[in-house]
Design a protein around this ligand. Structure first.
Ligand code: CA
Length: 536
């Protein structure tokens, strides 16, 4: 594994193949690569002659790799100028190179890495970019104006779900400046080893989500009464920006076991009465012009294919650099998808402390996986492989590109709030729902999600901009995908052009000038907490 993975495709990648879909087209990421991926929509048949010479020995599906030269058994297979595996059998030129024909490399060591050796700040700064956001008392800025209802325990979920439906139908129409009401339901709160050291991760996740900037600072909690995660443990008084001196007055809480609740209707009425007080407050919030530096963007990929690392993620990396240059906070995540690029990331750390924090998080995650008798290779899915990604090394190289080229200015442990500007590594599992939940806790107000296979993933608390890696997916899912990055592969747009388009789309969506498809259809996944501690 090289640290200078040079995992940025050539700027002129789009000129390497024509727009005629009948002409065999392949994409090679680096001149040292001995494989390229087939770009044609439905793959290429045996006998198809590639622009670089060899003819295919067998049919190769779209996004899958073809050997550009003869590769001997045991010889390295390079993509992104990185060894993604070793040939498990002789691979003559024109062969289909898939996961069963590759032996995966061992993970790079976490010792002896280059530390903060490649961290020159990006220049020049981008001035003058703004969005219309909601300013909060703590200095944060929201992109939506939402009533979030925090819950302490899964037991209350059914009641809260019922109450939220009634609030939406009966109260929201009276408060036109409030976008939505969201019940923050989850499976934590009881039946868990709440004093285990690692229980702090799910607890602080829930706490920090309650303070997500899109919820406007006020907190409303629905609890049961007898649960392990008592409200004062979830929201310690000193942390609650609040309205009273005693912990009980720092936030509004509805306790379902309260003796005053006689029957179901009494519980629903209590929740609705409390919700209405918060809606009155939220309804007075108005959008103001804010600098782009107030944005907190979370980046993620899911349902990835071999185009993720060619089209959508490089464009997102370009956009991420623009955000950093504009002074914003941008997070990338997904531990198992950066593990094989750790040398590149340690070198990009702004300081030695940041590098050590990154290495510590990845080391902790290695041990977490080992406890379950697996390693980072457990990440890849059948769909990833069908999409041409042979193993986690290849997937990681395509995933990491979305972090652009900026120095990494901080590391956010799972469930913690991001407190710095610039490019941050938020250490989370790669699971879409868990990563999204942890980025919400970190204070994300806008989410960018790239997908190649296609997923209807969404979050209720923030807008999610969906980017398709291939035009075929963007056409088929025309009312689910917000941006078609496949235009990079067909030569209709460059990485730079699409990066700028993403940047402007983020400002438009953050301002509420544009709604995403997940908002249009109200698609949202449940919160999924990361709980490495035991349950009881
Ligand atoms: Ca993911």
């Amino acid at each position: 594994m090289t640290s200078d993975a040079s995992a940025t495709p050539d700027a002129n990648v789009s000129t390497k193949f024509g727009a005629n879909s009948e002409t065999p087209r392949v994409i090679r990421m680096h001149e040292a690569d001995n494989v390229a991926i087939v770009a044609n929509d439905f793959g290429l048949p045996a006998g198809a002659r590639l622009p670089s010479g060899p003819a295919l020995r067998e049919r190769v599906p779209q996004g899958h790799k073809v050997a550009l030269t003869d590769i001997a058994e045991g010889a390295p297979v390079r993509r992104y100028n990185v060894v993604i595996g070793y040939a498990a059998e002789p691979l003559p030129e024109g062969s289909w190179v898939h996961e069963r024909r590759l032996v995966m490399p061992t993970p790079p060591a976490l010792e002896g890495l280059p530390i903060a050796t490649n961290n020159a700040p990006l220049a020049p700064a981008l001035e003058g970019y703004t969005f219309e956001g909601y300013r909060n008392g703590d200095g944060s800025v929201g992109t939506r104006n939402i009533l979030g209802i925090t819950t302490t325990v899964q037991c209350v979920s059914g009641i809260v779900e019922h109450a939220v439906a009634r609030i939406r139908a009966e109260l929201l129409p009276k408060y036109p400046y409030v976008d939505d009401v969201v019940g923050l339901e989850h499976i934590y709160g009881c039946g868990v080893a709440i004093d285990a050291p690692e229980a702090e991760i799910p607890i602080r996740t829930l706490r920090n989500i309650s303070f997500n900037p899109n919820f406007g600072g006020g907190t409303m909690v629905v609890g049961l009464g007898c649960e392990k995660l008592q409200p004062e443990r979830l929201l310690p008084a000193g942390l609650v920006r609040g309205r009273g001196a005693s912990p009980a007055q720092d936030y509004d809480i509805v306790t379902l076991q309260d003796p005053s609740h006689v029957g179901f209707d009494a519980m629903i009425s209590s929740i609705m009465r409390t919700a209405e007080q918060h809606l009155q407050r939220l309804n007075r919030r108005l959008r103001e012009t804010c600098p782009a530096s107030a944005l907190v963007v979370g980046m993620q990929c899911g349902g990835s294919d071999a185009f993720s690392g060619v089209t959508a993620n490089p464009a997102l990396g370009f956009a991420s650099d623009l955000l950093v240059r504009a002074g914003a906070t941008v997070m990338f995540s997904e531990n198992t998808e950066v593990r094989d690029g750790v040398a590149q990331l340690a070198a990009r750390a702004a300081t030695e402390q940041v590098a050590q924090a990154l290495i510590a998080e990845l080391g902790w995650y290695d041990r977490y996986l080992a406890r379950g008798s697996v390693d980072r290779s457990a990440n890849t899915t059948p769909g990833n492989k069908k999409g041409g990604l042979s193993n986690i090394v290849e997937k990681a190289m395509g995933s990491i590109i979305k972090s652009g080229t900026a120095p990494i200015s901080g590391v956010v442990p799972p469930g913690e709030r991001a407190r710095q500007k610039g490019l941050l590594y938020a250490a989370t599992p790669a699971s879409d729902f868990i990563c999204g939940t942890l980025q919400l806790a970190a204070g994300m107000t806008l989410h960018i999600f790239t997908t190649g296979r296609g997923t209807p993933y969404g979050l209720a608390a923030v807008p999610v901009i969906k980017v398709a890696t291939r035009s075929e997916l963007a056409r088929r899912w025309h009312d689910l995908m917000d941006i078609d990055a496949g235009r990079i592969a067909t030569g209709e747009a460059t990485i730079e052009q699409l990066g700028w388009e993403l940047f402007h789309t983020m400002l438009d969506v953050a301002s509420g000038r544009r709604r995403t498809w997940t908002e249009h259809w109200k698609l949202s996944n449940a919160l999924a907490l990361f709980n490495p501690a035991p349950v009881t």
